[in-house]
Unconditional design. Structure first.
Length: 213
């Protein structure tokens, strides 16, 4: 079966709800802690924005591990509370973005290697099945009180010292509380997909270099 965005979302369906719940719980618990702290001279909580992101990831990992294993997955330990989940034949990095844009891998060599997914061509990606392993990225952002939005991306490359990101495809993830993931009958077939090959090339400023973000 071709690994179109719709097909991948369908295969990830058992994992999507636990990941959303874990991230939103991480936001809730982190904000409860930070709101109890006195702000600095600039009125910031905390003074370093990376602190909040790291706390969210830490709590999200705990919630995901304690979720009762709604589905079978493996979570790898990464530096700076980074979140990487192995599910099905996918290795999935969960990365935060503040503005909804999809940043490049930054200066992290480990993350740059994760972005380097050099299939011979797009048709080879289309032909992969359970026997192949594909790197994916879930970009997420806070959109309301303890509410997140997320986007699924299949990386192709990260260049220019991590400032550029190129993807085979990018697809919004429906929130489990408001919409169902596409059913298999709703997925575009290969001919429809290949009529308009979705390649995204972004030139974005680095927003941070911490490995876990």
């Amino acid at each position: 079966m071709a690994l179109t965005a719709g097909v991948v979302l369908h295969r990830l369906e058992p994992l999507i709800s636990p990941v959303f719940s874990a991230l939103e719980d991480g936001v809730l618990r982190t904000d409860e802690i930070l709101e109890s702290l006195a702000p600095n001279s600039k009125g910031e909580r905390p003074p370093d924005p990376h602190v909040r992101a790291a706390l969210i990831r830490m709590f999200a990992k705990q919630t995901l591990d304690d979720s009762g294993r709604q589905c079978e997955f493996i979570r790898e330990e990464l530096a700076f509370c980074g979140l990487l989940v192995i599910f099905d034949s996918f290795r999935i990095r969960v990365l935060k973005t503040s503005d909804g844009c999809l940043p490049g891998p930054g200066r992290s060599i480990t993350r740059q290697r994760f972005f380097q997914q050099s299939f011979d061509d797009y048709l080879e990606l289309q032909g992969l099945d359970e026997s192949g392993e594909v790197n994916l990225i879930v970009y997420w952002r806070i959109v309301g009180k303890n509410r997140i939005a997320a986007t699924l991306a299949c990386p192709k490359n990260g260049t220019d010292r991590g400032r550029w990101a190129e993807f085979y495809w990018v697809e919004p993830i429906p929130h489990p509380a408001t919409a169902a993931v596409l059913d298999a009958d709703d997925v575009l077939d290969e001919e429809e997909l290949l009529e308009d090959l979705p390649i995204h090339l972004l030139d974005l400023e680095l927003t941070g270099t911490a490995e876990g973000e």
